[in-house]
Design a protein around this ligand. Structure first.
Ligand SMILES: Nc1nc2c(c(=O)[nH]1)N[C@H]1C(S)=C(S)[C@@H](COP(=O)(O)OP(=O)(O)OC[C@H]3O[C@@H](n4cnc5c(=O)[nH]c(N)nc54)[C@H](O)[C@@H]3O)O[C@H]1N2
Ligand SMILES: Nc1nc2c(c(=O)[nH]1)N[C@H]1C(S)=C(S)[C@@H](COP(=O)(O)OP(=O)(O)OC[C@H]3O[C@@H](n4cnc5c(=O)[nH]c(N)nc54)[C@H](O)[C@@H]3O)O[C@H]1N2
Ligand SMILES: [Mo]
Length: 759
């Protein structure tokens, strides 16, 4: 089973628990960073590499999508960015000899941590049908195998092309072009599991599925609400921005079931002031119950409506639609229901209201705490209602700020990685490349898993990522993947998706961000788009991990030539040689990228247009910003159960585990822990330090169990629990997804705790 570290795995999960910390990113963080980095890269390489992260002529940090400031420090990296870099720039190698020594069965029995620790993939390798070991294969043969299996399909819709969010704009653009020339829109991506709910809610309400603020807006804001996000771990550079905002007078409300260290206090290692003082970031902490946010914002909206002069009537009149219906729904908001849904007190909500009313420029930031619930889309729409009411969109210092995850996940979507592309995008693609693009919607992640499970999809191709570990319902997903005829992974590092495969499997090793990309036309750079719609160049400096590696754009070009061949009029060869020629085409297809090559040459890059932000123009179906009025929902919790959120520790990047510690939360040397409020623990009779199985309860009656979690009494909101992803993905039912966006509801899994059977 996927859920327990196997006996042979030297990684022993033995959690030790101490008190959580109340401050993030101080001096210990830097010392820790260097130690982690040096273990992977050695001292000299560590210094060279970390110095070129996020510099104007360096590479974009593969950590998160938080934007770089204008004034880049010589050390514009954070602890976790450095870990992400070290993971890629490691000197360890996974060679053909490694695969000769370890069978796939052996690999399938290892923990994700162990797999990742083996180092960088160096050669293309192939697992033949019935084979026990991956064997080296030439690139030509690898592409032949993909072509064979695609040719054997009844329809191109039996192939699925997944993308993770590190892929560059250039590679992403080519990849979607290839899939569409082949004839399918089956382009699921990690965004389907991530910010899809934000995209759905924002495109419907403001007409653009992206955030409406730039970094400068944060600095000019007077209230920033951070809801459902843990920046101290997942976007550490955001803490510097919040610190600066505070210095300029902003106040901060954090809304979270957990008291996260970074939001409590922040010791900025990059400013002497921060070093000395250790700023307290949060002015008001609302310890909300999981899934209570829609109710909270709905009630705040009612209270705003009830306050004389609080609504920006001119804005509402001129720029919005649906106000009356929304106001009626908001007026019906109920205190008792809200207090039950949120677990907050009346006084706390009134304190928040005072801060909201005192603010002329409000920003709401959020991440997975809002997007991964059944009612995620109406929750984010309610946030939009909240901002619209006081004219907080399209005004400096105000707006929506969904904080993206993967460093280019936003850019990939802009480049057309989407299973439901806009007709205008396909029209432009057809005009530019002279082919008929498929119009039928493709599979998102959840639908792709069902298609594999049901035999409707037979070839699975992944541009990065770790599909089987990142996806919900691990056992269902793994069984589905094993039914594929062929699974192919373009990867930098070994992961579980290489061990749980289709009948035949390929691993295609690729260059990472940090590495020099030399092609026929000379040294290449690529481009990325950050969370705030800034596009800039990224140029690797290090020698590639192996001479066998191909870049992602080169892999797509060769694949397309082999699979589509003469039928394609696209100049794949030219694209491979010179990425500037790809950017020329992007400039002609994707709005906002006109004159791409010239503009990206500008140091720091350029900002993509955003109609609501730039001109208060809302390109929605009504031509206005839409208020919405969904019924309030919040998760129901049967007696004796807890609501489990699955989240990240401080020592992981999604399914990549850097180490077994979660320093800020006081957890060391183990990941199989479940954080439970002490009151709930008493009620459920689970002692701190005891071991339980987490058993998820879902309406299909199937038992989903994650065995052997150490109980940690922890100050989370009542009725709620937390445990790490991906160990708990086995508990998330495939069908438990957000309405509209179909994002797995990974932050609200109903579980019961059962005393673990002792071995
Ligand atoms: N170092 C590091 N950086 C990363 C990543 C990583 O794994 N490691 N992952 C990247 C990716 S892909 C992403 S998407 C982002 C993820 O960034 P986050 O969204 O910060 O990641 P999570 O760990 O899932 O944390 C969710 C947070 O929301 C809170 N929360 C959960 N449910 C609710 C709720 O119902 N309401 C409210 N108000 N709060 C809630 C949790 O307590 C937690 O603080 O980070 C990116 N950056
Ligand atoms: N239960 C639960 N499940 C979740 C989440 C959750 O909060 N809870 N979060 C969801 C979210 S927000 C996301 S974004 C997904 C993440 O899903 P994915 O993006 O699929 O997963 P990652 O773990 O980020 O992928 C790591 C792998 O990417 C490869 N890789 C790294 N860099 C590169 C590169 O430059 N090029 C290529 N080709 N490959 C590279 C490496 O081989 C590495 O093993 O997981 C989702 N799953
Ligand atoms: Mo994500």
């Amino acid at each position: 089973m996927a859920t327990k570290p196997p006996k042979g795995d030297p990684v022993q999960d033995a959690p030790q628990v101490s008190r959580p910390q109340h401050a993030a990113a101080g001096i210990p963080a830097i010392g820790h960073t260097l130690r982690v980095a040096q273990r992977q890269m050695g001292v000299r390489r560590t210094a060279l590499t970390l110095l070129s992260v996020n510099q104007k002529d360096g590479f974009d940090c593969p950590g998160c999508a938080w934007p770089e400031g204008d004034h880049r420090h010589k050390a514009e990296f954070c602890e976790n960015g450095a870990k992400a870099v070290a993971e890629e720039a490691t000197l360890r190698r996974v060679t053909p000899e490694f695969f000769a020594a370890h069978s796939v069965t052996d690999l399938a029995g290892r923990s994700g941590y162990w797999l990742g620790q083996q180092g960088r993939l160096t050669h293309p390798v192939y697992l033949p049908e019935g084979g026990e070991h991956y064997e080296p294969v030439t690139w030509e043969r690898a592409f032949d195998i993909v072509a064979e299996e695609i040719a054997a399909l009844d329809s191109p819709d039996e192939a699925v092309f997944y993308t993770s969010g590190r892929t560059s704009n250039e590679a992403a653009f080519l990849y979607q072009l290839f899939a569409r020339e082949l004839g399918t829109n089956n382009l699921p991506d990690c965004s389907n599991m991530c910010h899809e709910s934000s995209g759905s809610a924002l495109s419907e309400t403001i007409g653009v599925g992206k955030g409406s603020v730039l970094l400068e807006d944060l600095y000019r804001s007077d209230l920033i609400i951070v809801a459902g996000q843990n920046p101290g771990t997942n976007h550490p550079r955001m803490l510097s921005a919040l610190e600066k905002a505070k210095a300029n007078g902003a106040r901060i409300i954090s809304v979270n079931p957990l008291p996260e260290a970074g939001l409590e206090r922040f010791k900025n290692p990059q400013t002497p002031k921060g070093l000395a003082a250790g700023a307290s970031l949060t002015d008001l902490f609302l310890q909300i119950r999981l899934g209570g946010d829609q109710a909270l914002f709905r009630l705040l909206n009612k209270l705003i409506l009830q306050t004389e002069g609080a609504v920006d009537e001119a804005f509402v009149e001129e720029h919005t639609h649906g106000y009356e219906e929304f106001a009626e729904a908001a007026r019906a908001a109920d205190w008792d229901e809200t207090l039950a849904a949120t677990g907050l007190t009346r006084a706390e909500i009134e304190a928040a209201l005072r801060m909201v009313l005192a603010s002329k420029r409000t920003i709401v930031c959020w991440a997975m705490g809002l997007t991964q619930h059944k009612h995620a889309v109406p929750t984010i729409r309610e946030v939009v209602n909240f901002l619209l009411l006081r004219g907080n969109i399209g005004r400096p210092g105000a707006g929506v700020c969904p904080v993206r995850g993967h460093s280019n996940v936003q850019g990939d979507r802009t480049m057309g990685i989407f299973e439901r592309p806009a007709p205008a995008f396909l029209d432009a693609l057809e005009r530019e490349f002279g082919f008929a693009a498929p119009r039928e919607h493709g599979y998102d992640v959840v639908r792709a898993i069902r298609a594999l499970r049901d035999g409707d999809a037979k070839v699975f191709f992944a541009m990065g990522g770790n599909f089987v570990s990142a996806s919900p319902d691990t056992e269902v997903t793994e069984a589905a993947m094993r039914r594929a005829r062929l699974s192919v992974h373009v990867s930098t590092k070994l992961n579980r998706s290489h061990a749980v495969t289709g009948a035949r499997a390929l691993i295609l090793p690729t260059l990472g961000r940090t590495e020099r990309d030399l092609q026929g036309g000379g040294e290449q750079f690529v481009t990325v788009e950050d969370s705030m719609g800034m596009v800039h160049a990224s140029r690797g400096r290090l020698e590639p991990a192996s001479r066998q590696l191909l870049s992602e754009p080169a892999i797509v070009c060769r694949l397309a030539r082999r699979v589509i061949g003469e039928e394609s009029r696209t100049p794949w060869e030219e694209f491979e040689k010179d990425y500037a020629t790809i950017r020329d085409r992007i400039g002609r297809v994707v709005p906002g990228f006109e004159d791409f090559n010239a503009r990206v040459a500008h140091p720091g890059g350029f900002a993509l247009p955003h109609a609501p932000r730039d001109e208060r123009r809302f390109p929605t179906t009504t031509g206005k910003a839409n208020f919405t009025a969904a019924p309030v929902e919040f998760p129901e919790l049967p007696e004796g159960r807890l609501l489990l959120q699955t989240l990240r520790s401080h020592d992981q990047y999604n399914t990549t585990i850097y180490g077994l510690d979660d320093r800020y939360r006081g957890i060391r040397n183990g990941r199989r822990v479940v954080l439970v409020n002490p009151e709930d623990a008493r009620r459920l009779d689970v002692a701190d330090g005891s071991y339980v199985d987490l058993v998820s309860e879902w309406r299909d009656g199937v038992e989903r169990r994650a065995p052997g979690f150490r109980v940690v009494h922890y100050p989370t909101a009542r009725g709620c629990a937390a445990a790490y992803y991906p160990e708990t993905n086995v508990l998330v039912p495939l069908d438990a997804t957000a309405d509209t966006s179909n994002t797995p509801a990974s932050k609200s899994v109903v579980v019961r705790l059962e005393q673990s059977a002792t071995d």
